[in-house]
Design a binder for this molecule. Structure first.
Ligand code: PYC
Length: 314
């Protein structure tokens, strides 16, 4: 029997399962090296934690690790139903609330740092559930790229980095409402497949594995709404922290946002992240504020006699 201590939370409706103890020993090295080791040698553990029967396609896992930088409260490797994420904005907010729940932040809860495989992310607790994260530098990589999407036609979007790679589509005729989730998923998935088939990538040939559709908000107090399709074909219930960061970078590049200006990003279920950017050495540094709530503090059990102990294959 293997016992894994996890704390579950949700950020704007999107779940995060933080592995607090009982995870694999990934040795030493940078978080990116340990993430690669995780993938090569312990991928079954990823599947056991987030996939059915213990999780679902929507669940994002977060393995807490020793940070290399002693100024960080923790290192974290994010993963999902099909693989690993560079960063995860809703997940970082969930990790922050989880560390606060465990009383691991002490006096410094307004100035904390988390180490991720793609860089250091700052966070500040604005209350027991409200967190502002400062993400890695984000940027628009290519503007207005048109691709031919089978059964849809030409689709134009921006390619941007926000801690993960995104293709952001503004010009579409779809209604961004959760009742349309199936149609939105199919549309976004076709775009994702077309990008892969046509070899359209982020910097250094990186796969674009998140598709973000943007449109007008439902609540006029907000600036926009989005629908984000994640790598394993589940859609983000939150407004997606890395997706909001990528969008802020595009808005900055298009001259539609000023440093310090608050952008209220509504997600597909109506939860909201407040985003803004600052400029450091010419880089766009987004910060995202959102709320997370702890939903469970429990132990997962992997019984090695269980034929589905490491998750149901999908
Ligand atoms: O909030 O960055 C995010 C995220 C990525 C995938 C799911 N959520």
């Amino acid at each position: 029997m293997q016992r894994i201590h996890v704390i579950d939370s949700h950020t704007g409706g999107e779940p995060t399962r933080v592995v607090v103890a009982g995870g694999p020993d990934l040795g030493s090295g940078s978080l990116a090296e340990r993430r690669d080791r995780f993938r090569r040698t312990h991928d079954q553990f990823r599947s056991a934690v987030v996939n059915e029967p213990r999780g679902s396609d929507v669940m994002v896992g977060a393995l807490l690790c020793e940070p290399v930088d002693p100024d960080c409260v923790a290192g974290v490797i994010f993963f999902n139903n099909v693989g690993y994420l560079g960063m995860c904005g809703h997940g970082a907010i969930g990790v922050a609330v989880t560390l606060a729940h465990l009383d691991r932040l002490g006096e410094a809860s307004r100035q904390c740092r988390l180490e991720t495989p793609v860089g250091i992310v700052g966070f500040a607790m604005d209350g027991p559930n409200r967190v502002t994260i400062e993400n890695v530098a984000s940027y628009r990589f290519r503007e207005q790229v048109t691709i031919a999407v089978p059964d849809i036609g030409p689709v134009t979007g921006d390619i941007a980095w926000g801690g993960n790679w995104f293709f952001l589509v503004h010009d579409h005729t779809l209604t961004l409402h959760v009742s349309r989730a199936e149609a939105l998923t199919e549309y976004a998935w076709r775009i994702r497949q077309a990008l892969t088939a046509q070899g359209i990538t982020g910097a250094a040939g990186a796969e674009i594995d998140h598709i973000e559709l943007t449109g007008p908000p439902v609540d006029p107090a907000n600036d926009a709404r989005n629908f984000v399709l994640c790598p394993g074909k589940a859609y983000d219930r939150s407004p997606c922290g890395t997706g909001t960061s990528a969008n802020l970078a595009c808005l900055m590049a298009a001259g539609r946002l000023r440093p310090g200006q608050v952008w209220r990003q509504e997600g597909i279920v109506g939860s909201v992240f407040a985003g803004k950017v600052r400029i450091e050495h010419g880089n766009i540094i987004p910060s995202i504020t959102g709320e997370a709530f702890v939903t469970a503090n429990s132990h997962l059990i992997i019984d090695h006699r269980d034929p589905f102990g490491h998750g149901v294959p999908t």
